[in-house]
Design a protein around this ligand. Structure first.
Ligand SMILES: [Zn+2]
Length: 204
């Protein structure tokens, strides 16, 4: 279950990444954060794509595959830490209390399905080193995926984590955390088949 969920989300999130087909799950190891997917991807490109645009400027691709997989592995660990996914009603307040220096006094204002992804993002920012005057000004949903707005100092590593969280959210159900897709409707939302209630993905 853990491996298939990881691979489904990874397959969608890395569909534009070279070598993503080579990604497999090697093991699932217990860690302090929960069961951690250890993956292999011998052909997966390591770097974030940066292409020079003729006439000037640089096109920056989605976050590098290994970073996306590591954040996803961490989010998956938090999600399955208690044996089965469970999310407290006040998950956002709890997250803000636990990661005060990352989120400030209020936690993310999104559905609970992204709670583990936010947690992974906060932990990864902490691991990368929280810049001294780092501040989250808003963490919300927009056009179906997460938006994480920050103020003050950041670092390249922290910026990459933020981009990775935003990118992965477009493939995770905002209601429950299962693999999801951005779906049409009155407003765009990222939902799994169960929560889609017939709404079709935007990419079909
Ligand atoms: Zn769902």
């Amino acid at each position: 279950m853990i491996a298939s969920e990881f691979l489904t989300i990874a397959g969608r999130a890395l569909r534009d990444h070279c070598g993503a087909d080579s990604v497999t799950v090697r093991a699932i190891e217990p860690t302090v954060h929960g069961p951690r997917v250890r993956w292999d991807g011998p052909l997966l490109h390591r770097e974030r794509r940066r292409d020079t645009i003729p006439g000037g400027g640089v096109w920056i691709g989605p976050p590098a595959g290994p970073l996306l997989l590591n954040i996803l592995s961490l989010a998956t660990a938090f999600r399955w830490a208690d044996g089965a996914p469970r999310c407290a009603k006040d998950w956002s307040e709890r997250l803000a209390r636990r990661y005060r220096r990352v989120f400030g006094p209020t936690g993310p204002a999104t559905g609970p399905g992204w709670s583990w992804l936010w947690e992974a993002g906060a932990q990864a920012v902490k691991d990368a080193g929280i810049p001294s005057d780092f501040r989250t000004s808003d963490a919300k949903e927009k056009y179906g995926s997460a938006r994480w707005y920050v103020e003050g100092d950041t670092s390249a590593a922290v910026d990459d984590v933020i981009d990775a969280v935003e990118h992965l959210s477009a493939h995770i159900c905002e209601d429950c955390g299962a693999p999801g897709r951005i779906r049409q409707g009155g407003w765009l939302r990222c939902l799994c088949t169960r929560h889609a209630e017939g709404r079709l993905p935007t990419d079909e």
